[in-house]
Write a protein that binds this ligand. Sequence first.
Ligand code: GAL
Length: 415
Amino acid sequence: MKTLRMTLCAAALMTVACAANAAEVEVLHWWTSGGEAKAAGELKKMLETKGDKWKDFAVAGGAGDNAMTALKTRVVSGNPPSAAQVKGPAIQEWGDQGVLANIDDVANKNNWNKVLPAVVQNTMKYQGHYVAAPVNVHRVNWLWVNPELLKKANAKVPTTWDEFFKTADALQKAGIQPVAYGGQPWQDSTVFEDVVLGVGGADFFKKAFVQLDQATLKGATMVKALETYKKIKPYTDKNAAGRDWNLATAMVINGKAGMQFMGDWAKGEFLAAGKVPGKDFLCVPAPGTAKSYTFNIDSFIFFKLKNADGAKGQNDLAETLVSPEFQQVFNLNKGSIPVRLDADMAKFDDCGKESAKDFATDNKSGTLVPSFAHGMAAHSATQGAIFDVVSQFWNDDSMTAQQAAAKLAAAAKVN
Ligand code: GAL
């Protein structure tokens, strides 16, 4: 007996989507900047070699806030995409909604329980079953430096906060914009979590952002971190408010600013602009954070679809994402490192090699911390409440660090 699919395909006169084993895969993501789009293009290409058709559901906006709003609308209306870029604890939140598809078959066939680090496996599973596929590991606690500008100002690449402010002063004196900054809530918190890690260390960071410990959030070290964070503001420019992260990176690329705090997706921008690491730009751990590592793992979740054919495309996508070939080409463009334990790092530059080495070392020494600003540490409602406080503090010069610390503690109770 003919299957329904064959009948439909015959009726559709063998359109592309009906060709043998072809499936349309609609993928929600927010990779729209220069480097991000290049990396996403590699995914599309590789998926299409499996005979599937990529349907792009790109929603611009760094760190995915807009993308998450678009996703909720689609799922609530009963029409989810095949897959969506969702990470960290949010995977569990979607699992609780009962809308995710189980991809254990792909995971077992490809040995994910062996090739992925334990911390990654756990994040990708809901109630013991794989519902998400990981793509990469981004390190968030980087400072991106234009070495030529620092040289002009006779300034040193900073490793501590004291050195950072000396370098910023020297740049300012030389008439150079010290810091490229994008004033958006997720970017404010990206910089703030660097400062928290640098000032308080990894254990303090975990107490604050993972355990959401009240005394830690209100205490003297947090006040000091808030003060240090706010001290950066005079080194940013008047047009920082609302600026996209990649435009801030472009300021460092084009010699308009000396430094930027940003995760290593910024490296994707430097590379896409033809810049050479170690020569045209430097990647150094954010001040005081050389011995710790803030991780951010991109991943895709898969939705239960009404159309049975959809599963073939989802499985192909999941298999592609974790495959050694894709992990290489994608991460070489994206600025991140492969998520597989057996990844070959030979083709990666020194920033990538350092990231891989530090990830392993910090994993062993307990100084690997989940990025709060990138949705790896807390429930999304808590994250949103803390983002609001950090941005209010940055923007409102009448708020004291003590007041902000008290507000942080109150925000941590929101969930
Ligand atoms: C992060 C994401 C990265 C990068 C960045 C800026 O949250 O993990 O892949 O896209 O946002 O958009």
